[in-house]
Design a protein around this ligand. Structure first.
Ligand code: HEM
Ligand code: HEM
Length: 183
């Protein structure tokens, strides 16, 4: 029988890190928007929208890839409850990585705010009405989902550090292959 897989594929690694850095870029783009005014400031939001819908597409591709390539096993010594928390966090990540761009896209659609994807073509708007009021309510949800995402990221990074420095296993090495593998 084939050995069980114990490493992420290049596609999984690439998607993990491209999406993680894109989320960071999203926060920085909003910070840049808040600190500037006029056309430049609006440009940051347009870029934020383009990166945001790209995260949506990449996340859907990632979920498809993940379903076709089942998870690799977590370390044997990990307690059952910890495995459950890890898997639940990962599923919640996928849910929020969809909710985040969807609320942004829905808000732009409700407000009738068209935008061109990286200036290349008009990204379609969804058939939702409601105007400004609905758009601002959806933006409220957008901000709220981000708070959930911050909590997950904090938990996730703390867990990664715990694996590396307390459990001293290879979990971080599997996601950052540059970190040497422990025997
Ligand atoms: C926005 C930032 C991030 C998001 C959205 C994110 C999301 C995820 C998701 C969804 C998984 C599960 C992959 C699967 O389906 O098997 C995962 C795994 C992992 N992530 Fe992240 N991640 C982020 C940032 C980070 C950072 C900064 C680190 C390192 C400090 C990290 C380390 C890991 C590790 C080690 C795993 C593998 C867990 C295992 O082997 O089962 N992630 N991440
Ligand atoms: C994973 C993807 C995304 C992340 C992480 C993200 C993150 C954020 C954050 C942190 C804010 C600031 C919220 C606040 O101050 O309460 C924000 C605002 C906003 N986002 Fe997103 N966003 C994403 C996708 C999108 C998409 C796809 C769109 C639209 C197509 C969008 C449109 C907006 C708009 C219009 C604002 C308000 C900007 C302003 O202050 O005028 N976002 N987003």
């Amino acid at each position: 029988m084939a050995e069980p897989r114990n490493r992420y594929s290049g596609v999984s690694l690439a998607l993990h890190w491209v999406i993680a850095f894109a989320v960071l870029a999203q926060v920085l783009l909003i910070a840049a928007h808040d600190k500037t005014e006029g056309a430049l400031s609006r440009e940051f939001v347009t870029l934020h929208k383009s990166v945001g819908v790209t995260i949506l597409v990449l996340t859907l591709a990632r979920i498809g890839w993940r379903l076709a390539h089942p998870a690799i096993a977590l370390p044997d010594g990990m307690p059952r409850w910890e495995k459950l928390v890890a898997r639940t966090t990962h599923v919640l990540f996928y849910a929020l990585l969809i909710a985040m761009p969807m609320t942004g896209w829905l808000a732009s659609s409700a407000g009738g705010r068209e935008f061109a994807w990286f200036g290349l073509f008009d990204w379609p708007l969804l058939p939702v009405g409601g105007g400004r009021e609905t758009a601002s309510r959806l933006m409220g949800v957008h901000g709220l989902v981000m708070k959930g995402l911050y909590v997950l990221i904090a938990l996730h990074v703390l867990a990664a550090l715990k694996h590396q420095f307390v459990n001293r296993d290879n979990v971080l090495h599997r996601m950052i292959p540059l970190i040497p593998r422990r025997p």
